[in-house]
Design a protein around this ligand. Structure first.
Ligand code: GLU
Length: 418
C-alpha cells in the first residue's frame, strides 16, 4: 500500500467536495457523512488444536434511505472500524450511481485467512453469521463477497441464517454458488463493469481501445476478469501484478495463461513469458494508456500520483486513490473513472441475484450480462452528462453529484422519524 490515508476521512472529503456543487444544507450533508450504526463484535472459535481464538469483526450500516443496506464482507488482517465505515459509505453512493434500490453496508473480520484451516474458517464465518442474524435479512441488510471471501463463505452464512431462522431465504445474502441460489455472471460482474466503464471511457475520450496498452494492479477476481475482458476488446495487457509483484511483456501478456500460472503457483511472479518483473508501484507509474488498480485502498497516494504516466485510470478496487492523489491527477489531466461506477457490476449482479431469489426464477448468463451492460452504460451517460452540465473538475465528483442527489431525494421524500 503506497498511502496511509484514513479511508473514512477520504470518503468524507469526497462527499464534501461533491456537495459544493449541490444545493444541500449543512445539516443534511452531516447526515450523509456518518454511518447509521456499526456493530463491533468479538468472535471466539475453537481452533483445530483445541485452543480458543478471538477475532474482531464489524458490520457498518451506513445509510438505508434508498433500500436495504447492501455490501460485502472482507477477511483481511488490516481491516479496521474506519475502513469498514468508509467501505459501507462507498456502497451507498455506488448503489445510487447505478440506481439500484439499496442503501450501503459493509462488514469485515480482522483475520489473515491464509493462516487458518478450512474448518476454522467455516467456524469463524458461522460465528459471524450468528452475530449478524438479528441485523440482516433480505429486506434489512444483505451481505455479499468482498476481499478474500467468495461463494463458499456466502453459502455458510446463508445456511447458518436459514437454520437459525427456520426458513429458506436465499436473498439474505448474494454471491452464492449457483446451486445455492447464486446468479450466472456474478463472479465475473466486477471485472465486467470495469471493462464496460473502460470501453465507454475510451469512446467518450475518443481513444481507440484496440491500440491501447493496459496495466492491471491485482489479479484476484476483479483484476483478472477485467484484464481478460479488455484483452478480448483488443487491448494489450502489458503488465499485471499481485501482492508478490508485477510482471511485464511489451507485446502483451496472455491473461488466461497468467491466471492458470497463478492458480498453479499461487502468484503471478515467475510467469515464464514475462520479460521483466518489478514492483506494484512501478506498474502503477508505467507509460500505458490505461491503469486499472484492482487491489486495496490507498494504492496511489499524492507522491505516486505525480509519477503516473497513464492517461486514464479505471478503479476496480474500492478507494485505491487518496483524495490528495486525486487532486494531483486532476491537475495533471489524468482522467479517473471512479470505483463507485467502475466496480459497481458486483453489486448490480448481486441485485439481479436477489431479484431472482425473490422470484424463484433464474436468468441466463446472457440476460444477466445484457442487463448489466444497460445499467453501467446508463450510469456512465448520467455521469458524463453531469460532468458537462456542471462543468466539473473530474469524473469522481460527477459520480458523487449524481449519487448524493439521489440519496438526498429519497431522504427528503420520506422525512425523518421521530
Ligand atoms: N464487495 C462488492 C463491492 O464492493 C460487492 C458488494 C455486493 O455485491 O453487495 O461492491
Amino acid at each position: 500500500m503506497a498511502g496511509n490515508a484514513n479511508p473514512f476521512e477520504s470518503l468524507q472529503s469526497q462527499i464534501d467536495e461533491a456537495a459544493t456543487h449541490l444545493d444541500i444544507g449543512d445539516d443534511v450533508l452531516e447526515r450523509l457523512k456518518y454511518p447509521e450504526r456499526v456493530l463491533e463484535t468479538n468472535l471466539s472459535i475453537e481452533r483445530d488444536d483445541g485452543s480458543l481464538a478471538r477475532f474482531k469483526a464489524f458490520r457498518s450500516q451506513f445509510n438505508g434511505d434508498r433500500g436495504p443496506y447492501k455490501g460485502g464482507i472482507r477477511y483481511h488482517p488490516s481491516v479496521t472500524r474506519d475502513e469498514v465505515k468508509a467501505l459501507s459509505g462507498w456502497m451507498v453512493y455506488k448503489c445510487a450511481v447505478v440506481d439500484i434500490p439499496y442503501g450501503g453496508g459493509k462488514g469485515g473480520i480482522v483475520i489473515d485467512p491464509a493462516a487458518y484451516s478450512d474448518s476454522e474458517l467455516e467456524r469463524v464465518t458461522r460465528a459471524f453469521a450468528a452475530e449478524l442474524r438479528p441485523f440482516i435479512g433480505e429486506d434489512r441488510d444483505i451481505p455479499a463477497p468482498d476481499v478474500n471471501t467468495g461463494q463458499r463463505e456466502m453459502n455458510w452464512i446463508k445456511d447458518t441464517y436459514e437454520l437459525l431462522e427456520n426458513t429458506t431465504e436465499p436473498g439474505v445474502i448474494t454471491g452464492k454458488a449457483l446451486d445455492s441460489g447464486g446468479s450466472e455472471g456474478r463472479v465475473e460482474a466486477t471485472g465486467r463493469s470495469t471493462m464496460l466503464t473502460a470501453r465507454e471511457a475510451f469512446e467518450y475520450l475518443g481513444t481507440d481501445m484496440e491500440e491501447a496498452t493496459v496495466a492491471v494492479q491485482g489479479y484476484g477476481n476483479a483484476g483478472w476478469i477485467a484484464a481478460n475482458l479488455l484483452e478480448d476488446l483488443g487491448a494489450s495487457i502489458v503488465a499485471v501484478s499481485d501482492s508478490s509483484g508485477a510482471i511485464y511483456a511489451a507485446d502483451g501478456l496472455d491473461t488466461r495463461a497468467v491466471k492458470d500460472f497463478k492458480n498453479e503457483t499461487g502468484s503471478v511472479s515467475g510467469y515464464v513469458d514475462a520479460e521483466e518483473e518489478f514492483s506494484n508501484d512501478d506498474l502503477l507509474t508505467l507509460d500505458v494508456d490505461l491503469v486499472v488498480p484492482a487491489a486495496l485502498e490507498n494504492a496511489i497516494d499524492e507522491a505516486l500520483a505525480r509519477d503516473v504516466e497513464a492517461d486514464v485510470i479505471v478503479e476496480a478496487a474500492n478507494g485505491p486513490i487518496t483524495p490528495k492523489a486525486d487532486a494531483v491527477l486532476t491537475d495533471r489531466d489524468v482522467h479517473v473513472f471512479p470505483d463507485i461506477l467502475a466496480n459497481a457490476g458486483g453489486v448490480t449482479v448481486s441485485y439481479f441475484e436477489w431479484v431472482q431469489n425473490r422470484q424463484r426464477f433464474y436468468w441466463s448468463e446472457e440476460r444477466v450480462n445484457d442487463e448489466l451492460e444497460t445499467v453501467i452504460v446508463d450510469a456512465f451517460d448520467a455521469l458524463t452528462d453531469t460532468y458537462e452540465e456542471h462543468d466539473l473538475e473530474n469524473f469522481r465528483t460527477a459520480a458523487y453529484v449524481v449519487a448524493i442527489q439521489r440519496v438526498v431525494d429519497a431522504f427528503e421524500e420520506s422525512g425523518t422519524f421521530p
